[in-house]
Write a protein that binds this ligand. Structure first.
Ligand code: GLA
Length: 748
């Protein structure tokens, strides 16, 4: 991040016009004569001047108007910045307050505003931040509803050197009566047309974040979570992409929600093709009782504008998430190469077996040993033990401290798996506190994987788990924690809250999760946290604030991972994607892929292994050794460089390619993966991106200019003719083949 503050927020007093701008983007809106916020422009940077002419008011039949005798001013016709329903607008609103008399009609109007350097923190919530006030400017606009005396503080931060605006909303009840917030958006933005394709990342367990696209149409299109976690099904991210935009050029607007619970992102296209984009907590199942003198802060929404296609959007997200969302020591530090025992042993391990894997791991250069599920309580299968975070004496009779010491003596760091939010009924914790699991009184509880969810909206529960985890972290001097979460929430109810507050439980749960993360990361700043939720079920920007990496998917098959990692890279930096080499036949797909390809895919993530190294042949061990040393040599480039997607596995062309370029453009690492061999195929060149056109890059003992590599490209033609004869041998490439090229520049 630079120190030059190019972010500016202009306020034109006469026109009551705000213009947030840096050298990349502009975001402009007016305050109307009756105090409403009217959206004028969002996109590529514009010079500062009066843009009031962009407000269009036309008479339209069968609509309603604000003032008697006037047939022009209708909120339904206007593009707005924080709309309400029922006072001439009929689209979905950014806020809905149910008042004591049952009415949901409000009329929030401009009261005041404040422009400051920097960016204020969000109460109890993860959010992007600045390290120096010169990195951004923030506008806070206060709107007021006179009848209820409720105020809204709309916060807009523009970053200096990123095409990014962040948004959040605070509701303050300055009246005497309690108000029920039924719906509160973090961001609402009306765009003047609907000429976009909607791109979402959706899927399921084992196939997270697949790219799905469709054209916007009149009506509502949305993605959401109702599961209490952000979910495998939909990631809290959407891109609106111009029809002619692709990976490298064209306009794209991306939005992401810094939250780990129920969310809703929707685009409502109205009858005049205005697109209303809405990002926030999911109103479904949500209601917050806001008592007199209380306030409610929404999570943060991030808005990215790119005129350089999807890669341009992704690179802005990556930079923000890597440097100004992730925090702490591990934000900038190289991540250790790890080995995790889950797919190697599952529950079938003892101390000696673990130690022997660790010894081989050390021999090949691995740096961190992670003991996964099964080390605690009576955890001999997945029916028991969750909630009891003390060592399983049957498996590890000498205790966890002793195992940690043995691992450390071998020369490895030591990490452990926890699932802090969960409880099995067969556990000491449940026997002591049967009322601590989330359930609805007098109704049946529903399990997932034989386990139940602890009520993290109760501070006593969070404190108990914190104390249990602290004791283990202290005893084993942990270097790393994998924080798992393996089922969605059902039967959501909290007997400690009033009947009217039951719509608060989902959000209070997420706040409890954040509180535990906050306490642990504060007390143990050196511990590297990796979040996980049956793989990537909670891979969201909210958790990146606490845990700089996430286990990307339980599907560790290299070919499946191409799609998963490609989709995930839409907004998440590759440093945040846990990626492990696993055994073949792969445990999820039964597929046989070459060890080299498994490594070549996992390099583009936080790299590690998840297999029993002692079952590999000597030849395979040598491959592993060279993979580990390759990764160590280039991990700084991989994690600090600029990532470009080149060929998409979603295009059904049997190939994927991506590359990373170091910040000084002197090193580029290019990867090309081929799914199936094809016969007699067309000639193909892969055009590289992001190089310095005038640098000369060395590759396979030849020199190429950046210019030719980016314009003519590397040859990636599959050489097989399909026939074997004297001149044509068997194909040299095979199914699931891959190649990595490292280009090193010599400056002219
Ligand atoms: C989840 C995780 C896996 C592993 C198991 C252990 O499925 O995603 O990586 O930790 O739990 O039970």
């Amino acid at each position: 991040m630079t120190n030059k503050n190019t972010a500016t927020i202009y306020f034109r007093d006469e026109e009551k016009q705000f213009h947030l701008s840096n050298e990349k983007i502009s975001y402009i809106f007016n305050v109307s004569t009756d105090g409403k916020l009217l959206q004028l422009y969002y996109g590529k940077a514009l010079p500062e001047k009066d843009y009031s002419y962009l407000i269009e008011m036309h008479h339209r039949p069968m609509t309603t108007y604000r003032q008697e005798h006037d047939l022009l001013y209708s909120l339904e016709h206007l593009k707005q910045d924080f709309p309400e329903y029922g006072t001439t607008d009929f689209r979905h609103p950014a806020i809905s307050l149910r008042q004591q008399n049952g009415s949901r009609i409000t009329d929030f109007t401009y009261l005041k505003h404040k422009i400051t350097d920097g960016k204020p923190k969000l109460n109890q919530l993860p959010a992007t931040y600045v390290e120096d006030n010169s990195e951004s400017k923030t506008l806070i606009i206060t709107l007021k509803d006179d009848l209820t005396n409720v105020e809204l503080e709309l916060s807009y931060t523009i970053f200096s050197d990123l095409p990014i605006i962040t948004r959040s909303t605070r509701v303050l009840n300055k009246g005497t009566q309690t108000q029920a917030i039924e719906n509160i958006a973090s961001l609402s933005l009306d765009l003047p047309d609907a000429n976009y394709d909607w791109l979402q990342l959706s899927g399921a367990w084992g196939r997270e974040r697949a790219i799905k696209e469709r054209a916007l149409q009149q009506g509502i299109q949305s993605i959401e979570s109702t599961r209490g976690i952000s979910s495998h099904q939909h990631n809290p991210f959407v891109a609106l992409k111009r029809k002619n935009a692709d990976e490298h050029q064209g306009e794209v607007i991306g939005t992401a929600f810094v939250y780990s619970g129920n969310f809703l992102i929707q685009a409502e296209v109205d009858t005049w093709d205005v697109t209303r984009l809405r990002v926030g907590i999911n109103p479904f199942g949500f209601e917050w009782q806001l008592k007199s003198n209380e306030s409610f802060t929404t999570p943060e929404a991030v808005l990215v504008y790119s005129d350089q296609g999807l890669n341009g959007m992704s690179q802005a997200f990556h930079k923000l998430f890597r440097k100004r969302l992730a925090r702490g020591k591990w934000r900038d530090q190289e991540r250790p190469v790890l080995i995790n025992n889950w797919e190697a042993t599952y529950f079938d391990f003892n101390e000696d077996k673990l130690v022997s894997i660790a010894e081989t791991a050390h021999d090949v250069g691995i740096e961190l040993f992670v003991l996964d599920d099964g080390w605690f309580g009576e955890r001999n299968n997945d029916h028991a033990g969750l909630g009891d975070w003390s060592v399983n004496k049957q498996r590890l009779p000498h205790g966890i401290g002793s195992l940690a010491a043995r691992i450390r003596k071998i020369g490895l760091k030591f990490g452990l798996w926890f699932e802090p939010e969960m409880i099995n009924k067969d556990s000491q914790l449940y026997r002591e506190h049967p009322d601590w699991l989330i359930h609805t009184p007098q109704r049946q509880d529903h399990h997932g994987r034989n386990q139940f969810v602890l009520n993290f909206s109760m501070p006593a529960v969070v404190d108990n788990i914190f104390n249990q985890m602290s004791a283990i972290i202290d005893e084993s001097k942990l270097d790393y924690i994998k924080w798992d979460m393996n089922r969605p929430l059902t039967d959501v109810y909290d007997s400690h809250l009033d009947f009217s507050q039951q719509g608060e439980v989902f959000h209070r749960y997420v706040l409890g999760v954040y509180r535990l993360y906050d306490m642990l990361t504060t007390k143990y700043p050196n511990v590297l946290f990796e979040s996980c939720s049956s793989g990537g079920g909670r891979f969201d920007p909210g958790l990146l604030y606490y845990a700089p990496q996430t286990w990307t998917s339980d599907d560790s098959d290299a070919i499946e991972r191409l799609k998963i990692q490609y989709g995930t890279s839409m907004l998440y930096p590759i440093s945040s994607m846990g990626a492990h080499v696993s055994i073949i036949p792969n445990h999820q797909t039964n597929r046989l892929t070459p060890l080299e390809t498994r490594g070549n895919v996992a390099f583009f993530g936080s790299f590690g292994y998840e297999l029993d190294l002692n079952q590999l042949t000597d030849k395979e061990i040598n491959v592993v050794k060279s993979q580990v040393s390759f990764y160590k040599k280039y991990r700084s480039v991989l994690h600090n460089g600029t990532f470009y997607r080149l060929l998409s596995p979603f295009n059904n062309d049997e190939q994927t390619a991506w590359m990373v370029v170091s910040p000084d453009k002197k090193i580029a690492i290019v990867a090309h993966y081929k799914t199936l061999n094809q016969v007699n195929r067309s000639y193909q060149r892969l055009k590289l991106k992001g190089l310095n056109a005038t640098f000369e890059y060395e590759l396979d003992n030849s020199m190429y200019t950046g210019c030719e590599l980016m314009n003519a490209g590397l040859i990636i033609t599959d050489a097989s003719s399909g026939q074997i004869n004297e001149q044509n041998k068997r194909p040299e490439t095979y199914d699931f083949d891959s190649r990595i090229w490292v280009l090193t520049a010599k400056e002219n």
